[in-house]
Design a protein around this ligand. Structure first.
Ligand code: FES
Length: 196
């Protein structure tokens, strides 16, 4: 797979200097917060291209649980399964794309997992996977689509930030979620240690 560089795109500031605000106990992320957490991590990965992804993922996963979410033998190309991680209210999909992808695992490096909440305003992306183009979307609120072959980058629409990618590992036939790259919409941190 050729090297790809991840673009860092940031949402416009709406909080006029405040780092974040809270809605129902969950902190909403500002551009500054994003850059200080998941965004900064993606920037590091981007500098090194895809080979740096694996090394950076190794560093990040220390703060996350290790959770079995599926198996290689049961996963069919183009038929995603959903799972919750790292919290019970965070919905994600595990999907075998059928083409090699950034951060992909398995013999074809085509198995990836992503959060299902749009990074624009949190619209639900559940059930929107399009196997023909390997995208998630369009979001029902403002039509953003995300490219799952390229670390969840925005392919079109209003969102400016990539979809959080769930880091995966294979052990035998089992597939494990071991971390989250980026921040799920509405969270200021993803690790259990840092969760408010
Ligand atoms: S909430 Fe998804 S595009 Fe606006």
């Amino acid at each position: 797979m050729s090297h790809k560089t991840i673009q860092i795109q940031s949402a416009p500031e709406h909080d006029h200097g405040h780092d974040h605000h809270h809605e129902g106990g969950r902190a909403c992320m500002s551009r500054r917060s994003f850059l200080l957490s998941g965004g900064a991590f993606l920037a590091l990965v981007g500098l090194g291209g895809v080979p740096g992804f694996a090394e950076a993922a190794q560093l990040l996963k220390a703060g996350y649980p290790r959770q079995k979410i599926g198996s290689l033998s049961a996963l069919k190309a183009g038929e995603p399964i959903s799972f919750n991680y790292p919290y019970a209210d965070v919905r994600n999909i595990l999907v075998k794309l059928g083409v090699e992808a950034g951060g992909g695992i398995g013999p074809q490096k085509d198995i990836v997992a992503f959060n299902q909440q749009c990074t624009h305003m949190g619209g639900p992306l559940d059930g929107t996977y399009k196997p023909k183009h390997q995208v998630l979307g369009p979001c029902p609120l403002h039509l953003t689509t995300f490219d799952l072959t390229r670390h969840g980058m925005v392919a079109s629409g209003h969102a400016t930030e990539s979809l959080p990618q769930i880091m995966l590992e294979v052990q035998g036939d089992d597939i494990y979620a071991v971390g989250v790259m980026g921040l799920v919409y509405g969270y200021s941190t993803m690790t259990a240690a840092g969760r408010a």
